[in-house]
Design a protein around this ligand. Structure first.
Ligand code: PGA
Length: 230
């Protein structure tokens, strides 16, 4: 059971230290946070297990604005998120660049959470499985890779996939790649237990609700309880 907090472009170093001082991870669940690049060091120094929100495939080079896996490892970062739908929507990320980022990160020794998920219109057209097949088929089969199923229409909207919808998509993803699958999209303390109780929901990738230490801790508690039930 892995609960990951994706802080997106929130929390500089001072706010990161404040969060860490107020947050206690429960036993029985693995908890990681993904702060913005400038706050990675503060999070690590505060004792959190830390993922980056992105990583480049080259070790170094003329790639303005990018960060390599080697640089993240030097800092003490444990892993990286790749292919978040916001990167795909706003920053031109493609299935091919997501795969390159994932492969390089894994080869360098980072763990990876690779995000996949359909748009609302794709679900309405009955294309969810085709989209997931396209996005998942490029990902490397590696023991340090987890997939995050994040239906784009559920991210930051307050609309969560039903537990049945999540379970169905997760089970489908696992027919393509036999790796743990986290659910993401408006996970909150109120809906976490039901989502995490699904047999193929192996954790959560939490955005908005991971910014508040108490609400993130409540989601982590739900994860620990679900893990304890098996
Ligand atoms: P949300 O974001 O929990 O705020 O919907 C999830 C994500 O983007 O990973």
């Amino acid at each position: 059971m892995l609960i990951a907090g994706n802080w997106k472009m929130f929390k500089g170093p001072a706010a990161t230290r404040e969060f860490a001082a107020a947050f206690t991870a429960p036993a029985g669940v693995e908890v990681v946070v993904a702060p913005p690049f400038v706050s990675l060091a503060a999070a690590i120094e505060s004792g959190l297990t830390v993922f980056a929100q992105n990583v480049h495939w080259a070790q170094e080079g003329a790639f303005t604005g990018e960060i390599s896996a080697a640089m993240l490892l030097e800092l003490g970062v444990a892993g990286a998120i790749v292919g978040h739908s916001e990167r795909r929507q706003y920053f031109g990320e493609t299935d091919e660049t997501v795969a390159r980022r994932a492969e390089a990160a894994l080869a360098a020794g980072l763990r990876v959470i690779a995000c996949v998920g359909e748009l609302e219109e794709e679900r309405e057209r009955g294309e969810t499985e085709a989209v997931l097949r396209r996005q998942v088929s490029v990902l490397p089969d590696d023991e340090r890779l987890a997939v995050a199923y994040e239906p784009v229409w559920a991210i930051g909207t307050g609309r969560t996939a039903t537990p049945e919808m999540a379970q169905e998509a997760h089970a489908f993803v696992k027919t393509l790649l036999d790796r743990p699958v986290l659910y993401g999209g408006s996970v909150k303390p109120e809906n976490a237990a039901e989502l995490l109780a699904q047999p193929d929901v192996d954790g959560a990738l939490v955005g908005g609700a991971s910014l508040d230490p108490a609400s993130f801790a409540a989601i982590c508690e739900a994860g620990a309880a679900a893990a304890a039930r098996g």
